[in-house]
Design a protein around this ligand. Structure first.
Ligand code: MRU
Length: 337
């Protein structure tokens, strides 16, 4: 029996991916034997969350090298295919750059080296999660009430999670007593995954619709907001799930500290500000299918950006595996790997 909280499992020559689309209703595993299988899983959000996408892609390259007809150009083609799956999460490109570097340096035992590199990448993410959880503990007083967005737990990473990993660790040390999770429309990562993962950890969790955040902040005590990130620019501007910016504005209005928890693999040092972060736009169907009858109304235009950018000035601090960082974010330490 596989542990669903370990959502990416490498088994020698194949990758088992927990199908996040099926949760919380059922636990279904996808058996990926090719890079294309992994690319499809990323595109269709069977695997999602920036660090998890990176880890899955690294294994995708390893799978490409295991094919009977594997050659360096074919593996390179698989890397390009994986690169084209989703544009925003920087971890995907970080992982593929690292795998490409291994490909360029290795002459013999190519598949062995690529498998080893993917396992190492996974392990590094697992360790980064644990370090973030430890570093993040310093944020909390006692029995805090936390608001979070989207899903940033174990399923979204190679380890215990980013923002939700910090929260789970802090809960175990009695520094957090309750979590409020936003539904996160249109795809409901909060409703489907955060609530499930909190319940698994025994954390009291209250689900709200995204349009209840203002009311929640003005009528109940929220001590802190913790969210993850998909890509962080050098100046600290941060892209995360659509709606995060709205949440940050409301947190500032209510003077509630707003923290980003992300590994260094999410930081894109090539970007001076968030303006240059590529924002994925997804299919209109993800919105129209929510409301019965909407699909048939042809004259309606739909805009479905998957991410927004929160300006650095709305962010109280960043938690990474190197500790807690406060502005100016231009001084964030350079990725050690
Ligand atoms: O479209 P998704 O579900 O992949 O978006 C995920 C997020 O926005 C998460 O907050 C982010 O990747 C951090 S996950 C640890």
């Amino acid at each position: 029996v596989r542990d669903p909280l370990n959502a990416l499992q490498w088994e020698g020559d194949r990758l088992f991916i927990l199908d996040q689309r099926k949760l919380p209703k059922s636990i279904v595993w996808i058996e990926a034997r090719t890079a294309e299988n992994v690319a499809r899983a990323i595109e269709t959000l069977a695997v999602r969350g920036a660090p998890a996408i990176g880890v899955a892609a690294a294994y995708g390259v390893a799978l490409a090298s295991l094919q009977q007809n594997a050659t360096i150009p074919r593996i390179q083609k698989a890397i390009d295919r994986l690169r084209s799956t989703r544009p925003t999460a920087f971890n995907l490109f970080d992982a593929l750059d690292k795998m490409e570097a291994v490909l360029e340096l290795s002459h013999d035992d190519l598949s062995k080296r690529l498998i080893q590199a993917a396992i190492q990448y996974h392990q590094a993410d697992r360790e980064a999660c644990m370090k973030m959880a430890r570093a993040g503990l310093k944020l909390f007083g006692k029995d805090e009430r936390i608001l979070t967005y989207c899903h940033t737990g174990a399923l979204a990473t190679g380890g215990i999670g980013t923002a939700l990993g910090v929260v789970k660790f802090a809960f175990a040390k009695s520094r957090v007593c309750e979590v409020y999770a936003c539904e996160t429309r249109p795809l409901g990562q909060g409703a489907r995954l955060t609530v499930w993962e909190c319940a698994q950890a025994g954390i009291p969790v209250t689900l709200i619709c995204d349009n209840m955040i203002g009311a929640l902040m003005s009528t109940r005590k929220i001590d802190r907001v913790l969210v993850g990130a998909d890509r962080i620019a050098r100046n600290g501007d941060t892209s995360n799930k659509i709606g995060t910016y709205t949440l940050a504005v409301l947190a500032a209005r209510h003077k509630i500290p707003f923290h980003i928890v992300a590994p260094m693999t999410t930081i894109d040092y090539s970007l001076r500000s968030g303006k240059a972060i590529p924002i994925e736009e997804r299919n209109a169907d993800e919105i129209t299918r929510i409301t019965p009858g909407l699909r048939e109304q042809k004259k309606i235009k739909i805009w479905n950006p998957a991410f927004d950018v929160t300006p650095a000035k709305l962010i109280t601090s960043f938690v990474t595996e190197t500790g807690i960082h406060t502005p100016p974010f231009a001084k964030l330490p350079v990725n050690p790997t």
